[in-house]
Design a protein around this ligand. Structure first.
Ligand SMILES: Nc1nc2c(c(=O)[nH]1)N[C@H]1C(S)=C(S)[C@@H](COP(=O)(O)O)O[C@H]1N2
Ligand SMILES: [Mo]
Length: 159
């Protein structure tokens, strides 16, 4: 079975999970219906908090970098309580792995993100095609658009 998500960097226990592995993660970190927590987002997820508890970052003030190799996109955000308490990684939809059309292999979502380019936790931080989470001491790779032209170019790929 293919690996959906790797978590590495400054962690005591790096992980590489298949769909089956993610389905077997502890029930208390599973979100069977993400729409109940985050309206308009469908699928089965696990909490970012739960993932972090499993991999055990080795420092207190870390950065979380979300990598999407499918389109070579990354976003790096500080591990603050808002993102840790509310972030969800969606990994399945209707019993199967999340398809690429829905942002698979996995997709990171936070509730109520700010508009793109207005804050650290913006819509651009809702990384699609997520396949690696990296924990670092400083800001990691971040390819989010820095101006409206770059942002518009990203959205051109949506159609
Ligand atoms: N891998 C990847 N993730 C991405 C993007 C992207 O181009 N590649 N675009 C971002 C931007 S700019 C937005 S607004 C949201 C759009 O996702 P949505 O249509 O599901 O809300 O995805 C974000 N995540
Ligand atoms: Mo966006």
């Amino acid at each position: 079975m293919a690996t959906l998500l790797t978590i590495d960097g400054l962690v005591a226990s790096p992980q590489a999970w298949t769909l089956q592995d993610m389905q077997s993660l502890p029930p208390e970190i599973q979100i069977p219906d993400v729409s109940e927590k985050i309206p308009d987002r469908k699928g089965v997820g696990v909490t970012l908090q739960g993932i972090l508890n499993l991999v055990k970052p080795t420092i207190d003030d870390f950065w979380i970098t979300f990598h999407a190799s499918h389109d070579d996109f990354s976003s790096s955000i500080p591990a603050d309580p808002t993102v840790i308490d509310t972030g969800v990684v969606i990994y399945a939809l209707e019993g199967a792995a999340l398809p690429v059309e829905k942002g698979g292999p996995t997709r990171f979502v936070i509730p109520n993100p700010a508009a793109c380019q207005t804050a650290e936790l913006d819509e651009c931080a809702n990384v699609k095609f997520l396949d690696r989470i990296e924990i670092t001491a400083e800001r990691g790779r971040d390819t989010r658009p820095t101006n409206e032209d770059e942002h518009a170019a990203l959205h051109d790929h949506d159609h």
